[in-house]
Design a protein around this ligand. Structure first.
Ligand code: ZN
Length: 405
């Protein structure tokens, strides 16, 4: 069932979404407390129906608006919360969320390595995610006044922005996962970053002079530091960038892919040989690339270790997106996610690790609590949006024309 709601106006409501949600919350409370009388067509009798909201499905910015947590800045991960590990990159002016070795088991050999990672050993452990009760205690005292005209008090910067309206529901405290991380968006963003970095596409790649200067500042991976011969600055080739020959072989492979009708979009049309780019990648194209195609196309290329890390990443996404999951294997899958991220940390530049890449570590926990991914990702929602958008006739009055038709 999809609860759709339209909010008119030029700007998105942001944190003020609670105002629009309050009628929905009222209905949900009624459905939980007393229920409504519903007619059963099969038995020909009425019964008292009750319902509860199990979790919300949304993209990451909406996660912030619904939960009241600030998903930007240094502590952007809502699950690690204050414990989110970040580096502020000086030259690239980005925030990188690294140090995934904290999530490894206590005596994992990766924890003792220095040179391959950030130059020091890792002894910390990642903290246990907050329960609903603890989250409520944190934002109970926050007094939010809704409305765009309110001036924000910037002196009090707190990672919790408001008390989420969902806490009006009596059962909301007891849910382990209240808002789902959307695997569709995570997969799309990770795929974009991986491909951008591999193909070294200008504007998409995280590798560049700034990244290399940051490496020099941190004093790690000395073979990649920028060198200068007096006139020009020269960047030594990194293991994660494909040579021109390798790129052409990858593109030729993608160009030859043939798929059954309705399986995916025409992969051939995405490939641009001239600029050596993949253009117009939609979410579902990225899904297909990560699930099956990328593994096949990178078979012939790369140093072995980088290829292995990317292949494992693809297999991980394939495993979590399958319709049937074995609960016994969840712990192994969770470990696998951490190991993949550690391996990526070895080979990829720090700027690669944006918040979307970090969220991979938390995906298996959500599956444990909420069930298979296909039940709580955004594909059905986005597809329905396409249908709704198709109803638009008058571009000047979008919502009205959708409602009318
Ligand atoms: Zn986290």
């Amino acid at each position: 069932m999809m609860l759709s709601m339209m909010i008119s106006g030029p700007r998105q409501p942001g944190n003020d979404i609670d105002v629009y949600l309050s009628p929905l919350i009222e209905d949900l409370r009624k459905l939980w407390d007393e229920g409504v009388l519903v007619f059963d067509g099969f038995r020909k009798e009425t019964f008292q129906m009750r319902a509860m909201l199990f979790c919300t499905i949304n993209d990451f910015p909406a996660y912030g608006n619904l939960s009241g947590y600030s998903v930007k800045g240094h502590h952007a991960c809502p699950i690690c919360e204050e414990d989110t590990s970040y580096i502020q990159l000086k030259h690239g002016r980005k925030i990188a969320y690294t140090r995934h070795r904290r999530f490894l088991k206590a005596h994992h050999p990766y924890r003792r390595l220095k040179k391959t990672f950030n130059g020091s050993q890792e002894h910390e452990t990642a903290r246990i995610p907050l329960t609903g009760e603890q989250v409520f205690q944190r934002d109970e005292h926050l007094n939010t006044i809704f409305g765009k005209t309110q001036k924000k008090d910037k002196s009090k910067s707190c990672i919790w922005k408001k008390r989420s309206i969902f806490f009006d529901l009596p059962y909301w405290f007891d849910l382990d996962v209240r808002h789902c991380i959307d695997v569709m968006h995570v997969e799309k963003n990770v795929c974009d970053s991986v491909i951008g970095t591999l193909l070294n596409i200008q504007g998409k790649t995280e590798d560049g002079l700034n990244t290399r200067q940051d490496l020099a500042d941190m004093g790690i991976q000395s073979q990649l530091h920028p060198r200068s011969d007096g006139k020009k600055i020269y960047l030594p080739p990194a293991c994660h960038i494909l040579s021109r020959k390798e790129k052409i072989s990858l593109f030729q492979c993608l160009h030859r892919v043939k798929v059954p009708q309705g399986y995916s979009s025409n992969i051939k049309s995405l490939v641009q040989f001239k600029e050596l780019k993949l253009v117009g990648l939609k979410s579902h194209d990225c899904h297909m690339l990560m699930q099956q195609l990328l593994v096949v196309t990178i078979r012939e290329i790369f140093p072995y270790k980088v290829k292995l890390a990317i292949t494992r990443l693809c297999f991980f996404f394939n495993a979590i997106c399958s319709k049937v999951l074995d609960p016994v294997k969840f712990d192994d899958l969770e470990n696998e996610a951490v190991i993949i991220l550690c391996q990526l940390e070895m080979y990829f530049p720090s700027a690669f690790f944006d918040i979307m890449v970090h969220l991979i570590v938390h995906l298996v926990r959500e599956i444990k609590c909420c069930g298979p991914v296909y039940l709580c990702w955004m594909y059905p929602v986005e597809r329905y949006m396409k249908i709704l958008k198709g109803y638009t006739k008058n571009l000047h009055r979008l919502e009205a024309s959708i409602i009318e038709r």
